[in-house]
Every structure is written in structure tokens, then in C-alpha cells.
Design a protein around this ligand. Structure first.
Ligand code: DP6
Length: 332
């Protein structure tokens, strides 16, 4: 028995940074994201009868040892579902996962990877699990993965872990999402480690959680009312706040590169030549930018960014498209 699931990464517009509980990836503040369409993870989970059940995993064609997080997901499933526990005591699992991200894009894959795995495990072992429980399962793999369960605009609440679709991917057809590749190298400090360091050493962590929680409401209402200037300002502020927290951690966590700063300056220069923002940048735990703009200004924004490419400070500009979520392929 096997199932194949495709899942897309998401980019946070209000970001998750800091855990109230590290074991369950419970965040200190709520977050909201947008699904990315033209990048995806495909995960196949194969179940085979075995006298001594084991878990094998392959990532992008290479065998890997299943991480503690994958084990936590499986333990959670066993605790929730007696039929899943029974199947796992008599069958081996083979997990095969690959990312079809544009070459060298250096984009985060943990969200789409863990979301795909959660949905595949649910489909195969515990099909009656609710979407919310599946999101919680994905969250045990990686916090941000719970937002990849749904397409479009997705909110993850801190208080109760509830994941809700704020609006579908069809809600705002004029919205455009671009990736600006500044660097394709692996990040120096992973987000899990970065969050722990910030919690332990950044003097502004409590304030960050307060500001982000308040911002969540503003961003959600800007999405619903399709208020691009409002969304753009809040998204840029949130990204800047996150990276200020990182820089205020000790030793400092520096995710933004000189190229990232060039993107920030270009977007502000572009915006200040208009009455209200026409583009917004946001950076996760790395130097690559995601750019939000609208159909009316997309060409102009790309043109401004392509100047940076010509000057050699950015490597590539990629149309990502709004979409996301997870899709289960027909079971064999
Ligand atoms: C900056 O979800 O990768 O991208 O829960 O430890 O796996 P873990 O962290 P992860 O952190 C994402 C951090 C972020 C912001 C966000 O996606 O909200």
C-alpha cells in the first residue's frame, strides 16, 4: 500500500519566531502565510508487511536517517489512532521525498516536506483524522509546516494551535509573488537553533511577540479587504522586526546579506517614487527575498530588481505564484 502527496512551501507574512514549547513547536505568537505555487515537495510513503518493522527514508535520492521529529510524528499518530498503531507494529514504512525547487533557489523545504509527510501518513494510516489534527501532526515535524496544509492565506494561532484558511488562493488574483535568489548556500544557523538563541539572549523577545500578535489582525484584514499598501507595510515591518531580533540575539544571527540589503533598498526606492507601496519584501531565516506585488506593477518591480541582477548582486528572479497547500494523488 502506498500514497503520494504533493505539498507546497509557504512564506510567512507575519512570522513565527520563538517557541513557548520546543517539544511540540508551540509558537509564542500567531503567524499568517501565503502558499507558493511553482515550487513543491513530492513525498511517497510505502507500507509493507514486515516481521521486524522499520522506517527508511530517502531525500532527493539519498538515504537519510529519519530524524527525531519524524519519529515524534509517528509516535503522535500511534497515540491518536489504534488502527495506525496496529499497522505500524506489523509493517515497515519507506518514505521517499524530493523537492522540485528551481535549481539553486535555496528555498526552505521543511514546511512542504513535513506537510506532505503528515498528509501521506494520515491518508495511509489514519484517514479519519481531521484537517486540524493533520496540521498538528505536520507542526511536530516543523512549526511552519502546519500552514502548508491549506492553500492560499493561512493563519496559525498561538493560543490553541488552530490553523485556519483566511482566504483561498483565488481570493486575490492580482497579487504576484516573486523570489529573489541572493544566495543558494545552506544557512549558517537553522531556524530551530536561531529561535532558541533569540529566546535565550534577545532582550526584545517579549515585545516581538506582542507586536507580531497585534500585527496579525492588521495583516488578516488587509488580506480580506485586498488592501495592498497596508499589507505591504506590515509585511516589510514584520520581516525587519524579525531580523532585528536576530541581530539582537547573542552571538548575533545574521541572515541578511549585502544582496538582501540591496533588495530592501531597491524596494523602498521604488515605493517612495509612488504615492503608496507597490512592492514588499519579506525574508525568512536566510538571505533570499520573497517579493509581493500586484499585476499592475509586476513588470516595473521585476525591471528594478533585474538591475540588481545585471549588477551581479542578485542571482535570479523567479515567478513563484500564489497557491500552495497539499494534494493527495490517487492511491495505489
Ligand atoms: C523564519 O518552522 O522552520 O521561516 O518549528 O523549528 O522547524 P521549526 O522552525 P521553522 O521556522 C520557520 C521560521 C521562519 C518564519 C515562519 O515561517 O513563520
Amino acid at each position: 500500500m502506498e500514497v503520494t502527496v504533493e505539498s507546497h512551501p509557504n512564506i510567512a507574512l507575519v512570522k513565527y519566531w520563538g517557541k513557548a514549547d520546543a517539544a511540540t513547536n508551540t509558537p509564542i505568537n500567531g503567524s499568517v502565510s501565503i502558499g507558493m505555487q511553482n515550487v513543491k515537495t513530492t513525498t511517497n510513503v510505502h507500507l509493507e508487511p514486515a516481521a521486524a518493522p522499520s522506517i527508511e527514508m530517502e531525500l532527493n535520492g539519498m538515504p537519510v536517517t529519519p530524524s527525531q521529529r519524524v519519529q515524534n510524528m509517528i509516535d503522535y499518530l500511534i497515540s491518536l489512532s489504534p488502527p495506525a498503531a496496529e499497522l505500524l507494529s506489523t509493517h515497515s514504512l519507506k518514505i521517499t521525498s524530493s523537492n522540485s525547487f528551481p535549481t539553486g533557489a535555496g528555498m526552505a523545504s521543511s514546511a512542504s516536506g513535513m506537510a506532505a509527510l503528515a498528509v501521506a501518513l494520515k491518508t495511509l494510516l489514519a484517514p479519519t483524522l481531521s484537517n486540524q489534527t493533520t496540521a498538528t501532526l505536520a507542526r511536530l515535524g516543523s512549526g511552519s509546516a502546519c500552514r502548508s496544509i491549506h492553500p492560499g492565506f493561512v493563519r496559525w494561532d498561538a493560543e490553541n494551535g488552530i490553523v485556519t484558511q483566511v482566504a483561498t488562493d483565488k481570493h486575490w488574483p492580482e497579487l504576484r509573488l516573486l523570489a529573489v535568489v541572493c544566495c543558494a548556500e545552506k544557512k549558517a544557523v537553522g531556524s530551530t537553533e536561531g529561535m532558541l538563541r533569540s529566546a535565550a539572549t534577545c532582550p526584545f523577545m517579549d515585545r516581538r511577540a506582542e507586536v507580531a500578535s497585534a500585527r496579525l489582525e492588521d495583516v488578516e484584514s488587509a488580506i480580506i479587504s485586498k488592501d495592498f499598501p497596508k499589507l505591504a507595510e506590515e509585511v516589510m515591518r514584520d520581516s525587519n522586526d524579525l531580523h532585528a531580533v536576530c541581530l539582537s540575539s547573542y552571538p548575533p544571527i545574521v541572515y541578511l546579506s549585502a544582496s538582501s540589503l540591496a533588495v530592501i533598498n531597491t524596494v523602498h526606492a521604488l515605493n517612495s517614487s509612488h504615492n503608496s507601496p507597490i512592492a514588499a519584501y519579506t525574508f525568512d531565516a536566510g538571505p533570499n527575498a520573497m517579493i509581493l506585488t500586484t499585476a499592475a506593477y509586476c513588470k516595473q518591480v521585476k525591471w528594478a530588481l533585474s538591475e540588481l541582477k545585471l549588477a551581479g548582486s542578485v542571482k535570479d528572479i523567479i515567478d513563484i505564484g500564489v497557491g500552495g497547500g497539499t494534494v493527495v494523488q490517487p492511491m495505489k
